[in-house]
Design a protein around this ligand. Structure first.
Ligand code: PAF
Length: 284
């Protein structure tokens, strides 16, 4: 595996691949990797002959009160994990390489960035889509892989690619969970052992909503009511939102249909966690 830190270095490698006619997949990350990220790599390897993974903690997507400085960083370990999974190139630029000057022109993510995560984190998705636009231009991937756990991000990336006519296939990879149900997240390592225990209520709530859905409950209000009962049993977990939305526009739904997304976000101690499930037909 090659590790590069400059756009020029990455372009040189990509030019060779292009000349050889190789299909390229992109796995963008902020590092602090776990099996969820590595599942993206595994998927990328199935879909393309070459895989570029990026590691960049993007300051543009953190608000002034958020955990940019606290965000876990371990480049050496991350590179080892990516190499072990067969990534061809890791691009890990410094902030000054990615943003030689603070960008004045950025991506406007539109109204879907004003709900759910965006309502709590103003500017977050403009930052996410701006760095992804830069990476898409730099790498020119045929396919880019994103995790289902950050479902709003995945929906917005899909929409950006469609609206801006980018010839990139956006693939959403299912959430990887610990055995007890906790969705893997780089932020989980910020939880104390009691907080980690409390955090399990998020996946428990989603499982309860899913069971009610599979048992035939179709009203969004009724489904959320059973979910909120579960959440209320752990008052230390402070809920930001618990919703059921459609997967294309992120509109809140009352008549829930297959493919709808049940999503939850909450603060556990000082750590903010999100999780979601897709409500599928039984057996699908
Ligand atoms: O999901 C993430 O880790 C980040 O939002 C991403 C896509 C790498 C952009 O910085």
């Amino acid at each position: 595996m090659e590790a590069v830190t400059t756009a020029a270095g990455l372009r040189r490698i990509l030019a060779e691949w292009r000349q050889a006619g190789l299909r390229t997949a992109l796995v963008p990350t902020m590092g602090a990797l776990h099996e969820g990220h590595l599942a993206l790599v595994d998927q990328a390897k199935q879909l393309a002959g070459r895989v570029v993974a990026t590691i960049f903690v993007n300051p543009l997507q953190f608000g002034p009160e958020e955990d940019l400085t606290r965000y876990p960083r371990d480049l050496e370990r991350d590179q080892g994990l990516l190499g072990g999974r067969g990534v061809d190139v890791v691009y890990a630029p410094a902030v000054a390489e990615m943003y030689p000057a603070p960008p004045l022109v950025t991506i406007d993510p539109g109204p879907m960035a004003g709900v759910l995560e965006g309502a709590v984190r103003p500017g977050h998705f403009a930052g996410v889509l701006t760095v992804l636009a830069k990476l898409f231009h730099l790498v020119g991937p045929d396919v880019a892989c994103f995790g289902q756990k950050d479902i709003q991000q995945a929906v917005l990336v899909r929409r950006m690619v469609a609206d801006l006519d980018w010839p990139i296939e956006v693939v959403v990879v299912p959430t990887v969970r610990d055995a007890d149900g906790l969705a893997l997240s780089s932020r989980n390592r910020l939880l104390s052992p009691p907080e980690r225990q409390q955090a399990l209520v998020l996946s428990r709530m989603l499982r309860t909503v899913e069971s009610a859905w599979l048992a035939g409950v179709r009203g969004g209000t009724a489904l959320l009511e059973v979910g909120r009962e579960v959440l209320a049993r752990v008052p230390a977990v402070r809920i930001d939102y618990a919703v059921i939305v459609d997967p294309a526009q992120l509109d809140a739904l009352d008549a829930v249909v297959p493919g709808s997304i049940a999503a939850v976000a909450a603060r556990v101690g000082t750590t903010r966690l999100i999780d979601n499930v897709t409500l599928a037909e039984r057996g699908s």
